[in-house]
Design a protein around this ligand. Structure first.
Ligand SMILES: Cc1cc2nc3c(=O)[nH]c(=O)nc-3n(C[C@H](O)[C@H](O)[C@H](O)COP(=O)(O)OP(=O)(O)OC[C@H]3O[C@@H](n4cnc5c(N)ncnc54)[C@H](O)[C@@H]3O)c2cc1C
Length: 554
């Protein structure tokens, strides 16, 4: 039986980064992936539309990874394996139905000027917001980068209390809980500023009227200015191969076609995993599962391995809205109407603005196809021209406002949704509506399109078992399932009720995205000195200090 220090279930970003970090720390690691490709939501394909056009089938943009502590620790090793990040000073903008636009750049002065163009007060408002955020960025990013149920989490709370005092802390927490709509209304005057930032709340799995969506929008707004919109040259597969290479070069194993069907528990401790087909892989120190709570507690663990209340709570774990991708291969760059910056911007949101996002989210939450969805129009070529033959272009469209589960109807009153199943016809009809709207902003879209490939929520779920119902964020990010509560209050954080079994991935804190946060936090937990050793070293240090002071005394 193969034996490792740690066995990872699944090969998404959190597993691969965690495995690479543990390998560098001297652990003998095995990563087991059920599908035929590593990377989970990172899937780079040159076959999707036309050969030679390189698409990110699912996740595309890497600002969370380039800003992560995992990248900071692994950068030299990844550089050595050919990973190069390309970036842009025009990360995002919004294109409105009346033909106007607004943009966010990587320059504070640029953003003050751009927002000031739409309302005089909004320029200084941006500067004040950014500076206010920066003053407490350690806390804001700290919430997302700390194991909250740990002494470090407690330390973060104490640090905030020291900084703000009791009343001030209450005000800070109140701000964290506010909705995007309230935060935008309190901060900026113009509809353009609202329409620039509101669509970003979708990228956090929330809607603009939900608790904490104001905080998340603010974090993203500032992160966009600070970090731009980086992508790996050539595609995310370069990152995936680099991480897998670190594990393999350290003597570890990374396997595809290896579905874990059971975590084996003995004496309350995870000791091994069993693969479909019967093979057992032993884990001496840790089994680290990057799966949904439903799979972990409902399938991978056996009866009696975890307490009943935990299993029941995991069964109630909620998944979020569905998502659709549309990929276009174009024979030439898009000829956008209006401001020429649209053609140079990494992600253009085609949106009626804050109320439009709110309406589309509400329609999707009620099971309807939105009449006027937020079109996330990604232009990877604006950052990495290697993705398509010279003179041509690709477009990556994301639609994050779709029903979870069956479609009950069409808020636009145009599409017959049948029995609500995502058939190929329903998918293509909805994609037609989206592409027609995009065509009202890009004059050569129809003529230049060589090939279109659309993926419905059902297609997306079929690609990765963690994307239940096409929820690309591994579970609803509503407050009762986020931060301290993620994945759910009966088993929060990354420790599980089973010794040596750790839970990571988008369903766990700090949630979805390519930041590798949960993989990093578990790596830190596993490699921190054991308590007795820490105690021993602090006693030893205290003894040494005493000896030195005795030696110095006259
Ligand atoms: C369409 C789409 C677009 C996105 N765009 C972005 C973006 O641009 N930027 C960004 O930051 N984030 C984006 N996200 C979100 C981000 O990609 C995900 O939150 C993140 O990749 C999840 O990583 P993970 O570590 O949880 O694992 P996942 O990527 O979910 O991978 C988990 C892996 O585990 C495997 N697995 C599950 N169960 C088993 C088992 N029993 N045995 C073996 N293997 C198993 C699965 O097959 C899968 O490969 C996007 C997501 C999607 C779907």
């Amino acid at each position: 039986m193969a034996t490792f220090d740690a066995v990872f279930v699944g090969a998404g970003i959190n597993s691969l980064a965690g495995a690479a970090l543990l390998s560098k720390a001297g652990w003998n690691v095995c990563v087991l992936e059920r599908s035929d490709a590593l990377g989970g939501c990172i899937r780079t394909s040159s076959e999707l539309t036309v050969p030679g056009f390189t698409h990110e089938v699912l996740a595309s943009w890497h600002p969370l990874f380039t800003g992560s502590p995992a990248y900071a620790e692994l950068k030299d090793d990844l550089d050595a394996r050919g990973l190069v990040y390309l970036n842009t000073d025009l990360p995002t903008g919004s294109a409105f139905p009346d033909g106007s636009s607004v943009f966010l750049t990587t320059s504070l002065e640029g953003n003050v000027a751009e927002l000031g163009r739409h309302a005089t007060a909004d320029g200084p408002a941006w500067e004040a917001m950014f500076n206010g955020f920066r003053a407490n960025a350690d806390l804001s990013f700290g919430v997302l980068g700390t194991e909250l149920w740990s002494p470090a989490g407690l330390g973060l709370g104490r640090q905030a209390l020291r900084r703000f005092g009791r009343r001030g802390l209450l005000a800070y927490v109140g701000g964290v809980l506010s909705s995007c709509r309230d935060w935008l209304g309190d901060t900026f005057e113009s509809d353009a500023a609202h329409g620039l930032l509101a669509p970003w709340v979708l990228h956090t799995g929330l809607g603009p009227d939900q608790a904490t969506s104001g905080f998340m929008t603010q974090v993203i707004a500032c992160a966009l200015q600070l970090g731009g919109m980086p992508v790996p040259r050539g595609g995310g597969s370069v990152l995936v191969d680099g991480l897998a290479g670190i594990v393999r070069d350290a003597g570890g194993e990374v396997r595809t076609g290896a579905e874990v069907e059971r975590v084996l528990v003995s004496g309350g401790k995870a000791t091994a995993v069993r693969l479909a087909g019967g093979e057992t892989v032993r884990a001496e120190r840790a089994v680290i599962a990057s799966v949904t709570p439903t799979q972990l507690y409902g399938a991978l663990l056996g009866r009696g391995d975890a307490p009943d209340d935990v299993i029941r709570a995991a069964g109630r774990y909620r998944y979020g809205r569905g998502e659709m991708q549309i990929h276009l291969a174009l024979s030439e760059p898009p000829d956008w109407y209006g401001d020429e910056r649209r053609g140079r911007t990494a992600i253009v949101h085609v949106t009626p603005g804050l109320d439009g996002v709110s309406r589309a989210v509400n329609e999707a939450d009620r099971g309807l196809l939105p009449a006027e969805a937020t079109i996330v129009c990604g232009q990877p070529m604006a950052v990495d021209p290697s993705r398509a033959p010279e003179g041509s272009w690709i477009i990556w469209v994301q639609l994050q406002e779709l029903p979870a589960g069956r479609v009950k109807g069409d808020a636009g009153g145009e599409i017959d949704v049948g029995d609500g199943t995502w058939t190929d016809e329903l998918r293509e009809e909805y994609a037609d509506r989206i592409v027609a709207r995009l065509g009202r902003h890009i004059q050569n879209l129809e003529r230049a399109t060589i090939k279109r490939v659309a993926l419905s929520p059902v297609d997306i779920a079929a690609m990765n078992v963690n994307l239940v119902g096409g929820d690309i964020y591994g579970g609803s990010c509503a407050l009762d399932q986020n931060f301290l509560f993620r994945p759910f209050p009966q088993a929060p954080g990354h420790r599980t009720p089973v010794d040596n079994l750790w839970h990571i991935g988008a369903s766990t804190h700090p949630g979805p995205g390519l930041g590798a946060g949960s993989g990093y936090l578990v790596y830190k937990e596993l490699t921190k000195p054991a308590v007795p050793r820490r105690l021993f070293s602090s006693v030893r240090e205290a003894g040494q200090r005493l000896q030195q002071s005795v030696a110095k005394s006259p």
